[in-house]
Design a protein around this ligand. Structure first.
Ligand code: GLV
Length: 350
């Protein structure tokens, strides 16, 4: 019987996706709660046909240099800042990510923290829980979103989904990208140069990917260019922000408030100075973290891997130039697949 392809999973992944993957491949999974040591992972990869990468992990040429059978790497995330795509491409390995399925979910989280911060919901909840409401009304005032301007930096599909929500709240939406979009008339958005966006926006929301260009883009100068009444939001990646500069800006009234789904470092240690600020709302990188969306992302990752180990095209491939061409499965592989799935040819007989 033909051996099933071997897929290494270097960390914990939801069980339903593992069960689905196990119908097609043999899984070798690191199930300890600790991060899998890189040297052990390299050892396992020597025998592997595929890798389901789980962060924290730097995926690069060095990781896969002794993995002669490797055909695919995939990760349940849209962002791939931990992956050296060029080095995988040079090795001929397609890399699969999960765009699309999480757009609305991340936009919901982004808008939730914008609304929560603007109306000081956490502070008011704490006030009610303190039992002081019976003595006096809350004097913790929020600020309006309607008739205000949201500036999105990194206007892709998720940015557009945030902009729809902002318009429903009566906001004007401006954005900055490397290039203006061609569909501003459809989405009622306006392109601005970065400095103009920072001077104009009441809420500045980072949705950009982490690249060499965006690393520490939000530094002391950046915050000085914002309105002192503005809310700063990061749903992109932590290292886009110079954390020291953000702390100073929040402490010294350079900007009013911050709402962060991502931070640098991540996770934040309990004694981190960001956590001592009372004008900073932080959630633990939960942009896509709903049951339905995490399921969809995991199944898409499994599908990318199942396709890749059979040298079939990945559904979502970042380096399309090394994605596989659609080919017909040879008879031997098809029969082995059926057998592995517990199907016998006699099942098809009348
Ligand atoms: C989450 O941060 C992702 O990249 O999917």
């Amino acid at each position: 019987m033909k051996k099933k392809p071997v897929v290494v999973v270097n960390g914990l992944v939801r069980k339903d996706a593992m069960a689905y993957l196990a119908e097609h491949v043999e899984i070798r999974q690191w199930t300890e709660k600790t991060v899998m040591p890189r040297e052990i992972l390299k050892e396992w990869l020597k025998e592997a046909d595929g890798l389901w990468s789980v962060r924290p992990l730097t995926v690069d040429g060095d990781l896969i240099k002794d993995a002669p059978n490797l055909k695919v790497i995939a990760q349940a995330a849209v962002g791939y800042d931990n992956v050296k795509i060029d080095e995988l491409t040079a090795a001929g390995i397609p890399y699969g990510n999960t765009p699309g399925v999480l757009n609305e979910t991340v936009a919901e989280l982004a808008f939730t923290i914008i609304a929560t911060a603007s109306r000081r919901i956490l502070e008011n909840v704490t006030f009610v829980k303190s039992g002081r409401w019976a003595e006096r009304p809350s004097n913790i005032k929020g600020f309006d979103l309607s008739r205000r301007t949201l500036g999105i930096i990194g206007m892709g599909a998720i940015g557009l989904a945030i902009s729809r929500r902002a318009r429903a709240f009566g906001m004007t939406v401006v954005y900055h990208n490397r290039h203006p979009r061609q569909d501003d008339a459809i989405y009622r958005t306006t392109y601005m140069e970065l400095d103009e966006l920072l001077a104009t926006s009441d809420v500045v929301c980072i949705m950009a990917p982490l690249t060499d260009e965006t690393y520490h883009m939000c530094d002391a100068e950046f915050f000085k260019k914002m309105k002192s009444t503005a809310l700063f939001v990061n749903v992109g990646r932590g290292p886009i922000v110079d954390t020291e500069a953000l702390i100073e800006a929040l402490k010294n009234g350079v900007i009013d408030y911050a709402a962060l789904d991502v931070t640098d470092p991540e996770p934040l240690p309990a004694d981190h100075p960001l956590l001592s600020l009372d004008n900073c709302l932080i959630v633990p990188h939960i942009g896509s973290y709903t049951d339905r969306t995490r399921y969809d992302m995991s199944i898409l990752t499994a599908d990318n891997i199942i396709a890749g180990v059979h040298k079939q095209p990945l559904k979502c491939c970042v380096n399309e130039e090394v994605n596989y061409e659609k080919t017909k499965m040879d008879m031997e592989t098809a029969l082995a697949e059926l057998k592995a799935a517990g199907v016998s040819l006699s099942d098809f007989e009348d």
